[in-house]
Ligand binder design. Sequence first.
Ligand SMILES: [Zn+2]
Length: 294
Amino acid sequence: MIKLELGDEPHELVAARQENWPAAVLLFNQHGVDHKEFRELLETGYQVAKPVLFQRQYEKCAFCERSEDAEFRPVEHFRPKKGAQDKVDARWVTTSGHYWWLAWTWSNLYFSCQSCNMAGKKGNKFPIEPGTARAQTPTRPIVGPVTPEFFDCSMERRLLLDPRLDDPLDHLQWIPVDRQLPKAKWRWTLEGLDSLGDMTIEVLDLDRRVDFVNRRLKGLQNLWEEVDLFIADDQLVNARRCWDKLLAQYIDDPYQEFRNAGWWAVDTLCPKDMRDRYGLRHPQIPVVTLPKAT
Ligand SMILES: [Zn+2]
């Protein structure tokens, strides 16, 4: 996971919200959140955001950074729309009522791979810190417009990284499993740096991407070996050229998979003091910014 800058909401989503919101409020007022028709309505319209999310996320899952084909992949609600699950005494327990009113809210939508989104992985899980309160739900009946504070969940102590708001590098770290081996043979694993990172790994089951990431990092390690050989041979111009190629390929290119892992691998294989010693440029923190075309 890396930080995503996704810009303003597309007008298609504004239109979908304007179209579906009045009916949602009507059904909510009449029947509450468990009514079949209301729940069906929550499945309507938000999918129009997918082409824009897909493009601005550079065709990758917001959570695991796997490249995906848009056709059969979902638009994921970061805060679930049909009841949130919290972890209580090692069990996932559903609290109804959250967060249906965010079904058509831009900041709550991501393009995701199927396996990050599916039930049993993220699904409806949205853990918060034990003992803290969830965001306030609108109460029945809703009369007039829902006030903006319901759409601001910033006070909630969530335990799931939000790629729009958090820098995942502060919470998730890829580390070598066995440092005794030569660097080219290192295998990598993912660890949380705090409770937010730990819970994000658990909820999204990010460990299932470890084999994919290791295959990706194998190429990075091969390039690093070339850099290392040039350094040993005192060919620093060639070392820097090869290093730049490595960074361009694994860190800088927004279409490439697993840039979070790439950054940690680069910083571990060749730490800052070593880069300073040989004049190798420092890797930029991988962030997705808006493609120039939008
Ligand atoms: Zn994913």
